[in-house]
Design a protein around this ligand. Structure first.
Ligand code: ADP
Ligand code: MG
Length: 195
């Protein structure tokens, strides 16, 4: 049975904290796949993650350039396959060569390239919540290493979210969920990336 760890973010800042909480568990070779509609907060999450690994500059969506590389504690490859129209384009981009054992790779719209991802990776699914600034994040570890890394990330995140929130809204934020609800727009990958 698929078990997802879910958490609700109520602001971009909280989403950055969630991204930053991944920093301490990330090692070279790790791959994170981000799913969610445009505006779900994928890039915001990467901003927190990158900052926690020591990236100083601005982290923006690599939608047009496809790949951004940041120098940090380890090189970070920030990829967004949204603009790619076919699997062939993903291959032409050299996606598989980008899987660098010396770098951390984060892929926006990762579900579209799922067959090319290593079997061990972290999947994060992001959904619009009930209010404008609310997002629900679903974390799914693939592989035993990610199951334990995710538990560490969770306790870091609980501590940091508590520290950042007003006194009246402290308490455990994470919960197990069966699976994210279907995406409003059907969860379609970008045009043509289905096969
Ligand atoms: P994506 O990369 O998924 O297309 P972005 O991260 O570029 O999305 O943009 C998310 C947008 O939603 C930003 O404008 C951000 O300020 C806004 N936002 C509002 N609430 C949140 C939240 N809780 N988490 C992340 N982003 C949020
Ligand atoms: Mg983005």
């Amino acid at each position: 049975m698929a078990r997802f760890l879910s958490v609700t973010s109520t602001s971009p800042e909280e989403t950055r904290i969630l991204g930053a909480s991944l920093g301490p568990v990330l090692l070279p070779g790790d791959v994170i796949s981000l799913s969610g509609d445009l505006g779900a907060g994928k890039t915001v999450l990467v901003q927190g993650l990158a900052a926690s690994l020591g990236v100083r500059g601005r982290v923006t969506s690599p939608s047009f350039t496809i790949v951004h590389e940041y120098k940090a504690r380890y090189p970070i490859l920030h990829i967004d396959v949204y603009r790619l129209n076919s699997f062939q384009e993903v291959i032409d981009l050299g996606f598989e060569e980008l899987l660098d054992p010396g770098a951390v790779m984060v892929v926006e719209w990762g579900e579209a390239v799922a067959p090319m991802l290593p079997s061990r990776h972290l999947e994060i699914d992001m959904r619009q919540g009930e209010s404008d600034d609310e997002r629900v994040l679903y974390f799914k570890p693939h592989g035993i290493e990610w199951a334990s890394k995710l538990e560490l990330m969770r306790s870091t995140a609980e501590t940091l979210l508590d520290a950042a929130s007003p006194d009246d809204s402290k308490g455990a934020r994470f919960a197990y969920a069966l699976a994210p609800s279907p995406r409003e727009h059907g969860g379609e990958p970008p045009d043509g990336l289905e096969d």
